[in-house]
Ligand binder design. Structure first.
Ligand SMILES: Nc1ncnc2c1ncn2[C@@H]1O[C@H](COP(=O)(O)OP(=O)(O)O)[C@@H](O)[C@H]1O
Ligand SMILES: [Mg+2]
Length: 249
């Protein structure tokens, strides 16, 4: 279970999160919706442990452990995974090499043995196939020259390999056409598990037709201002965010 209590965060003297509270239970898919600039990406970065952000107050507990006391790699080992809104391009590093290094680093941190190359290849091939990622893409430099949809599918392949317990998807739908969106959503849905939870950040309701959330939370000015079930996403789609803009400080 992830519990965020009274989280206040600033960057470069600008206050972005203003006392945010959120609970996500094991096995739950929680959607975060909200207008541009409401702090959704900031929330995802602060959970994953990106530096630059100054946490002024509050805590983020994953199964009782305060993530804020942990380095980013320790958070990853504890099961946190962030699929970026804008995946980084890494020239000179073959995708396959990157995936293997990431997976083995994480296995080591969790006290598991490194995977043998055949075992690793088997897992990558199965994951890539499910996500319609061609084998030759895995030989190219990570994300370099990949289309928006290919980058997002690669993020989901990483997620599938790392088997995280808390997955954050930041606007996985942005830049995807409807076919790519369905493939990405299928990849996510295949990972749904009673022991794994998801924070699905999205600006539009569309993604939630394919990744059906258990709960929906509306963010405005760095706070969760309303929480409800999946019907809340439809209400937002119909009415927009105007009702919520004025509620937060
Ligand atoms: N590095 C930064 N320096 C200054 N302001 C920032 C920085 N990163 C984000 N912000 C500001 O924080 C606010 C929230 O941004 P963000 O978390 O990206 O929102 P969202 O993902 O909901 O669109 C925005 O007003 C944005 O301009
Ligand atoms: Mg964002």
């Amino acid at each position: 279970m992830l519990e965020i209590r009274n989280l206040h965060v600033q960057i470069e003297d600008k206050k972005i999160l203003n006392g945010l509270n959120l609970t996500v239970h094991d096995g739950e898919v929680a959607a975060i919706m909200g207008p541009n600039g409401s702090g959704k990406s900031t929330l995802s970065y602060v959970i994953a442990g990106k530096d630059d952000y100054e946490v002024l107050d509050g805590e983020i507990l994953l199964n009782g452990e305060n993530l804020l006391d942990m380095e980013p790699d320790a958070r990853a080992a504890a099961g946190v995974f962030l699929a970026f809104q804008y995946p980084l391009e890494i020239p000179g590093v073959a995708t396959m090499t990157f995936l293997k290094a990431a997976l083995n680093a994480q296995r080591k941190a969790r006290g598991d043995d490194e995977l043998s190359t055949p075992d690793f290849m088997k897992r990558v091939r199965a994951g890539a196939e499910r996500l319609h990622i061609p084998q030759d893409m895995l030989k190219r430099a990570l994300n370099v020259g990949f289309s928006g949809g290919e980058k997002k599918r690669m993020e989901i392949l990483q997620m599938a390999l790392l088997e995280p317990t808390f997955c954050i998807l930041d606007e996985t739908d942005s830049g995807l056409d409807i076919d790519a969106l369905k493939i990405a959503a299928d990849g996510v849905n295949a990972l749904r598990d009673p022991k794994r939870s998801f924070l699905v950040i999205t600006h539009y309701q569309r993604l939630l037709n394919y990744i059906v959330p258990d709960t929906v939370h509306v963010m405005s000015s760095g706070q969760v201002v309303k929480s409800g079930g999946k019907e809340l996403a439809l209400e937002l789609e119909a009415n927009g965010y105007a009702d919520y803009r004025s509620q937060a400080a």
